[in-house]
Write a protein that binds this ligand. Structure first.
Ligand code: FPP
Length: 255
């Protein structure tokens, strides 16, 4: 059975219920837009926050499966710079999730050699959220397994704007010449510099847009959409996304 597989990294292929994954071609960095929590809850006559709570548990399942398969980094879009427009109680609830998540799962994450990171504008994030994330980052800083990178108070245009502003300042100060500005240099001013560009982007809930997420980094990323709402997303949905990824021809603009 799917979740009872052990020693995955010792075998080259994994046969799941319907397909076979090639473990030597698992995307090293997967980014996820976790969408559909509100609709999941509404369908059940529950408040929206019930969807977010359930969504938090799914993050754990997906991290576990990604780690088993040898994924090196997972970037999860937990809160965007636009999400502040939501009702205050919902914002407060979402901002408490990192603390709850880490309280429940940090020991397991440490055991599994996961390293926790955060990507986003720190200003504006409540202090209790930052405290929990900073503690998790500190306690996992020496781990060299999967990087669990939470995009929190993240917006890609904001990221690009502040990166370019910083670069412009350094050009003004003579620290870098404008002729030396390459794609790599710009990439190094992005908040994702530790995890790099995703090879695969997953978005749940049937929406087909990027919602200001990693616009610079997604230039050559394979995009995978599913109608499944995030709280219903499972380890086998992750397998399916990876299987589809493995069956695409990536040409990066070549033939
Ligand atoms: C989008 O669904 C979801 C969010 C804005 C919040 C995402 C957060 C989680 C899944 C939990 C994160 C967990 C941790 C550990 C930080 P939506 O509310 O927009 O759904 P809708 O489109 O159906 O209304």
């Amino acid at each position: 059975m799917l979740n009872k597989l052990t020693n995955l990294t010792k075998t080259k292929k994994v046969t799941t219920e319907n397909f076979e994954l090639d473990l030597s071609r698992v995307p090293s960095h997967i980014a996820v837009i976790m969408d559909g929590n509100g609709r999941w809850a509404r369908k059940r006559g529950l408040p929206r926050i019930a969807g977010h709570r359930e969504g938090m548990k799914v993050v754990r399942k997906v991290v576990k499966r990604a780690n088993e398969l040898g994924v090196k980094a997972l970037t999860m879009y937990a809160f965007s710079t636009e999400n502040w427009k939501r009702p205050k109680p919902e914002v407060e609830f979402i901002m408490k999730l990192p603390e709850q998540f880490l309280m429940a799962y940090l020991p397991e994450l440490i055991e599994e050699n996961v390293r926790v990171r955060i990507m986003g504008e720190k200003e504006g994030i409540p202090s209790y959220t930052l405290k929990a994330v900073n503690e998790a980052m500190d306690r996992t800083k020496d781990n060299d397994g999967l990087i669990l990178n939470f995009a929190l108070n993240y917006g890609s245009r904001y990221e690009i704007t502040s990166g370019v502003r910083q670069l412009a300042k350094e050009i003004e100060q003579g620290k870098i010449k404008s002729d030396d500005v390459t794609e790599e240099v710009i990439g190094s001013y992005m908040m994702s510099k530790e995890v790099g560009d995703p090879e695969l982007l997953i978005r749940t809930s049937g929406e087909m847009r990027l919602s200001n997420f990693m616009l610079w980094q997604l230039a050559y990323t394979e995009l995978w959409f599913t109608d499944v709402y995030w709280p219903d997303f499972s380890a086998s949905d992750l397998d399916k996304a990876i299987y589809d990824f493995q069956n695409r021809g990536r040409r990066f603009g070549g033939v």
